[in-house]
Design a protein around this ligand. Structure first.
Ligand code: IPM
Ligand code: MG
Length: 366
């Protein structure tokens, strides 16, 4: 029987609530499918600051180092907002984790089940069959990490802040490899999103994409789009994309837009993969829901656990090679969310179905 060794970093506010339920679902699947879980929990984000004096405690990083994957909750919130920006949970925990493990490939599925199309702010006639697209976001480059990154007072007394947008060709090529693999597993269609009419990094991005696809993946139907147009097209006809690939900041913004058109932030999972392999020879990855810590509903037992559960499914798929178990979880979530009176409720965190009840429904559907 195989044993899955992973780190559980639940984080803040609703993080631990939805994590508890995700672990319960994973335990259930493990029992049914004949594997066992050996996870260890550690503080991260605000919990790290409160209990260890820093957002990414050394002990937490050490645990991640010896794990085969990280199941992540979410970090940050009003309690730590007064700290200097560079010490806040998001910048001091999540970004360093991504960088430390070179998790450059962020895969964010945008899925809206056909049964729930009325939950999207888009008109149902634009998405009669729901939404099924994937955002591939470059995660360790661009404006988030480029140097210099600083605020200075100028000789004339004015204050100036600088973020630097940097990309190397090799960084673009490696995210393209992920994009191509993803596109090949779907419809062989890939849209590259950039701002090549303005940005130098985007000019390099586009040239690299053209050359890379011509050389390595001529079977892929490739298109290019400027990011402003992509934002508009996502709202107009999201399914035209199938798979899109873009740089860090554009991907951050477009993936939130994707989340909202898919009806609920509480449904979107994500996988962040790097070049590193775990002890099984599979990709080491960090798996996290896209919705954030939702401080407004924390402690009420109403947060939607689906995104955390689905992130667990992605972990089984990519870092542990358990495709069948992953697909079973995904099917169970779909069934639980769309069946009977639950339709739509959970997706939107309506209190009529609580966090625990939702996980119970998923377990019942397994
Ligand atoms: C995300 C989040 C993070 C990001 C924040 C919390 C730093 O918005 O994962 O999309 O900008 O990458
Ligand atoms: Mg974001």
């Amino acid at each position: 029987m195989s044993t899955l060794k992973f780190a559980v970093l639940a984080g803040d506010y609703i993080g631990p609530e939805v994590m508890t339920e995700a672990l319960r679902v994973l335990e259930h699947v493990a029992k049914q499918d004949g594997f066992s879980l050996e996870y260890q929990k550690a503080d991260v984000g605000g919990a790290g600051i409160d209990n260890h004096g820093k957002a990414l405690p050394d002990s937490t990083l050490a645990l991640c180092e010896k794990s085969d994957a990280i199941l992540f909750g979410s970090v940050g919130g009003p309690k730590w907002e007064k700290l200097p920006p560079a010490e806040q949970p998001e910048r001091a925990a999540l970004l360093p984790l991504r960088k430390h493990f070179t998790l450059f490939a962020n895969i964010r599925p945008g899925l809206l089940y056909p049964e729930l199309t009325d939950a999207s702010p888009l008109k149902t006639e634009r998405i009669p069959n729901g939404i099924d697209i994937v955002c591939i976001r470059e995660l360790t480059g661009g404006l988030y990490f480029g140097k210099p990154k600083q605020t200075t007072t100028l000789p004339d007394g004015d204050v100036q802040a600088i973020d630097t947008m940097v990309y190397r060709k090799s960084e673009i090529e490696r995210i393209l490899a992920t994009a191509v693999t993803t596109a090949r597993a779907r419809k062989n269609k890939l849209c590259s999103v950039d701002k090549a009419n303005v940005l130098e990094t985007s000019v390099l991005w586009r040239k690299t994409v053209v050359d890379y696809i011509a050389k390595n993946a001529p079977d892929i139907e490739l298109s290019h789009m400027y990011v402003d147009n992509a934002a508009m097209q996502l709202a107009r006809d999201p399914n035209q994309f199938d798979v899109f690939v873009t740089e860090n900041m554009f991907g951050d913004i477009l993936s939130d837009e994707m989340a909202v058109i898919c009806g609920s932030l509480g449904m979107l999972s994500s996988a962040s993969l790097g070049a590193g392999k775990n002890s099984l020879g599979l990709p080491f990855g960090l798996y996290e829901p896209a919705g954030g810590t939702a401080p407004d509903i924390a402690g009420k037992g109403v947060a939607n656990p689906c995104a955390q559960v689905l992130s667990g499914a992605l972990m089984l798929r990519y870092s542990f090679g358990l495709e069948k178990s992953a697909a079973r979880i995904e099917a169970a979530v779909r069934k639980a969310v769309t069946s009977g009176t639950r339709t739509g409720d959970i997706a939107f965190g309506r209190p009529s179905v609580g966090t625990k009840a939702m996980a119970d429904a998923i377990i019942a559907a397994l």
